[in-house]
Design a protein. Sequence first.
Length: 253
Amino acid sequence: MLVAVSFYADERMTRWGLDQWRRFLLDGFHWKVVADTLLLGLKSVVATTLLGFPFALLYRGASPRWQRVLLFVAVMPLLTSVVVRTFAWIVILGREGVVNQLVLGLGLAAEPLRLLQTELGLVISLTQIEMPLLLLPLLSVMARIDPRLLDASASLGASPWRTLFRVILPLAAPGLAAGCLLVFASSTTAFISQSVIGGGRLVYLPAMIWQQAMVVANWPFAATAAIALLVSVSAVIAVIAYAGRVAAGHAHG
């Protein structure tokens, strides 16, 4: 239905044509919005990976009792609505929020930092909001790594860092890739977080689709933008999935 609607030439959907596609593809602003949307997802993936992988290593080395505690910590954010978590970040990142009070108290800045309605603040909030999506598949894979492989690596003279990059990381690649897929797909389409934290200063494809459909009432152009979001996100997801399969193949080869 989206494909069919996108080929209506006018807002009243009375005639067919490529007007909406020409309007979208020939405007550099729309390409910038697509690039910003994909870049936001990639930044969220990098941030969650940098924080989530050490957490997974801690989980793998913990006792069964502490593993249950860490698993509860990882799953706990899912027990709260995304809307509630997003509005909580407004309190944390605001001019009088926890972050600015800490920064001013430590003398790191002379005035409150501007974190709301910035990409930095949005990435920070998305990192916490999307973290469970990365951890759940990653922890599942990390728990199945045979400890004897690590002992064999150490007995052959490998350093802990070499064991990490040559043994643990390749074996954990399928879970890491699955988590990255979920984080990327969720971050690029996180309309609530993008609207509340990013505000009107940051424009991403979900907000553009909503504006065209609900404010301007241009359903054909909204459908065109929605297809562009679907295709672009799917393309990046295919690349991430392929990288995960290649890494897994090397690990088992």
